[in-house]
Design a protein. Structure first.
Length: 608
């Protein structure tokens, strides 16, 4: 990889290391070659001293033996390896030539002269020694120059190596500053921008080295991240739109459920729901057609379009729209059946663009709205049916009350009138006629009293606060009507009763209090309402009167029978008995509808 930064950095390091090794090895070699220069110079310098000592020894008459030793010593010094090994191999080298000149002058001139002391005058010998010493001085000087040349060579070598090293270092630094730092700074800027979420930065360095590879990788990574973030933003926007759409759909369903709760068909709230559905789905116009089961014509048509008539409408022929098995009235209309529990109430027709059918969420929302409309119609019909049944039940109760009270009294009065007519025709005594008239008068009074009680019972209604408030009002009413102290003990706060159960309980208590007021001759009465451990409600009315006696068997007394019928309507039982201390107790036991439908664990304190 010739353009690799690692390779180039390694090459520069290798060059620096190689130059350093070369410098060290060269210095070692040159130092090693110059290691004997000082010894050679000393040895050569010693030749001068030996020449003078030899001259002094020659001047003594008895120095022949010592002269011979001095000559041998100078021969050894001149031929010493300390000097000869420093001589270059080139015979023309100045140091070699100077050494040969010194050796030649010694062998050919001075040594023979020293061996013949009497042949030459001392002055000539001294002159010859001086010439020899001059030659030796030149040899020493040449040795010094050779030693200095080696030192100079070492300096030159180290200077060259230092220059090459510095040049290589500067070249590496230049390459680093010019070829590495700019793309590296550019790369760091791109990375810093990416760290702050900006992936639009790109590097321009595309060389084949590691920085180029890293730059291309960073560019590709930024490109991928930009695309990924773009797709992520699109997905977030889509999810946000979906959540907003879901929120609008939930809001529509909530508002529709509130508006359609008990709304009668044709109500303006239906039209408002259709307008909201069109606004949320973006489809329309939307038409709601309602019809009776198996009818061929709708009895109601509501639409978000003006005049409530869509383009495809074929009224009065509504079968194509109402029949689920028929083709749709138009290929651009989405039809949703308005039905619940196999009961068909009509159809919801939603127009859409020709080539853009409703999306799944639009279809689901339309199906849910159609279900809410069907539930609203079903509840409205159920409420109407309940009211009709309640009215019929109340009429049956009124008929039963009239039959059990006024009808019996009127029958009795009819018999007395027949007796009176017979007495009048037979011209019976006045005493007999007066007796029949007294009975008629008592019967009329009893009938009038029963009529007032029935009117009071039929006009009775539950106020907003509930059963306890109605019972308190009843206690105050009967307390005012007679000299009777009535105490109410109500402990059903934690046991809710249905409106029908509350009405039956109130009527039974009123009937029992009426019996106490008219027949018991009591001074005190207590009304208790509580629950036992099984969740059963007990209602008791206790008085301190004369007791039952034979009153329950008297003709025309139907209060106990009516109370038993009401108890049976509560799926309970009624007990009428005389307790041991005296008086009368009327006791009702029944299980509330809430407890029968959803059995639950009885809380501590339910039983009293």
């Amino acid at each position: 990889m010739p353009r690799s930064l690692t390779f180039r950095a390694g090459l520069a390091m290798a060059g620096i290391v190689l130059l350093a090794l070369t410098s060290m090895l060269g210095s070692i070699v040159i130092a090693e070659t110059a290691s004997g220069d000082a010894a050679a110079i000393n040895q050569a310098g010693a030749l001068r001293m030996q020449a003078y000592r030899l001259l002094a020894t020659r001047a003594r008459p008895d120095s022949a033996e010592r002269l011979s030793d001095r000559l041998a010593e100078l021969d050894r010094s001149l031929a010493s390896p300390v000097i000869t090994e420093r001589l270059p191999d080139d015979p023309q080298h100045p140091l070699t030539r100077q050494y040969q000149a010194v050796a030649e002058q010694w062998r050919e001139q001075l040594r023979p002269l020293m061996q013949t002391p009497a042949a030459t005058a001392p002055a000539d010998v001294a002159a010859r020694v001086g010439d020899f010493v001059d030659q030796v001085d030149r040899l020493v000087g040449q040795l010094q120059r050779e030693a200095e040349s080696r030192i100079q060579l070492l300096r030159l070598f180290q200077g060259v190596i230092l220059f090459l090293t510095l040049g290589l270092v500067f070249l590496a630094m230049y390459k680093l500053a010019a070829g590495v730092m700019p793309p590296l700074r550019d790369l760091l800027q791109v990375v810093e921008r990416a760290r702050h979420g900006d992936f639009s930065g790109r590097t321009r360095y595309t060389a084949g080295d590691e920085l180029g590879l890293l730059s291309r990788t960073i560019n590709q990574m930024n490109e991928n991240l930009s695309q990924m973030y773009g797709r992520l933003e699109e997905r977030v926007a889509a999810k946000t739109a979906e959540l907003q759409r879901s929120n609008e759909s939930l809001g529509l369903l909530y508002q529709a459920a509130r508006r359609l709760n008990g709304a009668p068909p044709g109500d303006a709230r239906y039209r408002h729901v259709l307008a909201q559905l069109a606004a949320v789905t973006g489809l329309g116009p939307i038409t709601l057609c309602l019809a009776q089961t198996d009818a061929e014509q709708a009895y109601l048509r509501l639409s978000t379009r003006a005049e409530d008539c869509p383009d495809f409408c074929r009224a009065p022929d509504c079968v194509p729209c109402l029949d689920d098995h028929d083709d749709t009235p138009s290929p651009w209309v989405y039809r949703v059946a308005v039905s619940e529990a196999d009961r068909h109430y009509g159809v919801l027709l939603i127009q859409h663009p020709p080539h853009s059918p409703p999306e799944p969420w639009q279809r689901d929302l339309a199906d849910t709205i159609a279900g809410l409309i069907a539930t609203s119609i079903s509840l409205a019909q159920g409420y109407a049916e309940q009211r009709r049944l309640a009215l019929m039940d109340e009429r049956a109760v009124i008929a039963r009350e009239l039959h059990d009270s006024l009808a019996q009294s009127l029958s009795y009065l009819k018999i007395q009138v027949a007796r009176l007519q017979a007495l009048v025709r037979a011209q019976a005594p006045a005493a007999d006629t007066e007796a029949v008239l007294d009975e008629l008068r008592e019967g009329l009074n009893a009938a009038y009293r029963q009529l007032r009680e029935l009117l009071s019972t039929f006009r009775l209604k539950m106020s907003g606060p509930g059963l306890e408030a109605a019972l308190e009002e009843t206690v105050r009413e009967f307390t005012r009507r007679g000299e009777l102290s009535i105490r109410l003990d109500y402990r059903l706060d934690h046991c809710p009763l249905s409106p029908n159960e509350q009405m039956h309980v109130l009527q039974i208590v009123r009937e029992a209090l009426s019996n106490v007021l008219h027949h018991a001759r009591a001074s005190r009465c207590e009304v208790h309402l509580a629950t036992d451990t099984h969740g059963q409600v007990t209602v008791s009315v206790d008085d301190d009167g004369i007791g039952l006696g034979e009153r329950t068997d008297q003709p025309g007394h139907y209060g106990t029978t009516i109370m038993r019928e009401r108890a049976a309507g509560l799926n309970g039982r009624l007990e009428v008995f005389e307790p041991a201390p005296g008086g009368t107790t009327v006791r009702l036991h029944f299980t509330p509808q809430m407890r029968r439908d959803t059995p639950a664990t009885t809380l501590p304190g339910d039983a009293e």
